[in-house]
Design a protein around this ligand. Structure first.
Ligand code: ZN
Length: 238
């Protein structure tokens, strides 16, 4: 990724405009240097560099940033500066506006997102790539993602719960260990508990992305999205 300036939320327009200008300046310099290094180090390809669109929640700044970054002709383009505290509606509105400028034949990457419902919304808008710390960060603090929403496995409710973290999951953790056991490990500050929980949540996200790709290929993504969210929002004990 080219270096960028991701302004905090909320940011006034002056600060957001400064971020857009600096992001463009750095993008050009990063790409020049990247291309120089690439030519020197590997004549047969090597890593690609993506540019990043900034502009906070201001549509005109997003337009300006998109035009600037696209003028540099990166092999892939990212939308940054979302999931920094804005509402879900602002995220969706800004993404819907910004992504219309990004060519569909190049990867479109939404940085730092996110929750399963946000990923599904973004795929619906045309996003191809994501990254997020949520599955592992939450798992390390006692919370996992399941097909029926998040559960805080460290809670006392799970002290005698012999079901797996996610009864619908076939990962190696869910096939072998109970919520009660993983909770016990966590509460004894035994790091294996966090490891098992992180493994499950990472598996859950991999599985979600695999299912999304399949649904897109089979032209039934919106149906998949509805069905997934119906179950996900029903809650763990439904
Ligand atoms: Zn699992």
């Amino acid at each position: 990724m080219a270096l960028d300036q991701c302004v905090p939320y909320p940011a006034d327009k002056k600060l957001a405009a400064t971020g857009v200008a600096r992001t463009f300046d750095w993008a050009g310099r990063c790409l020049d240097r990247h291309n120089t290094l690439k030519v020197e180090s590997n004549k047969h390809g090597g890593p690609l560099m993506f540019g990043i669109i900034q502009g906070s929640v201001y549509n005109d700044l997003r337009t300006q940033s998109a035009e600037q970054i696209l003028s540099l002709d990166f092999p892939g383009n990212a939308i940054g500066g979302l999931s920094v505290g804005e509402s879900k509606q602002e995220m969706e509105d800004t993404l819907t506006h910004a992504i219309q400028y990004l060519p569909a034949e190049k990867p479109r990457y939404l940085m730092g997102v996110g929750y399963p419902e946000d990923i599904l919304m973004a795929v619906s808008c045309g996003v191809d790539m994501f990254d997020c710390v949520l599955p592992t960060r939450n798992a390390r603090t006692g919370n996992v993602f399941t097909s029926r929403g998040q559960i805080t496995y460290r809670n006392a409710d799970f002290a005698d719960d012999n079901r797996p973290l996610d009864p619908d999951c076939d990962c190696k953790v869910c096939r072998r260990y109970s919520r009660a056991y993983i909770r016990h490990l966590y509460n004894q500050s035994e790091i294996t508990g966090m490891g098992l929980a992180s493994y499950h949540s990472s598996y859950f996200y991999q599985n979600l992305m695999r299912s999304i790709r399949k649904a897109v290929e089979e032209n039934r993504f919106e149906q998949f999205r509805r069905e997934f969210l119906d179950t996900y929002r029903a809650g763990p004990d439904a």
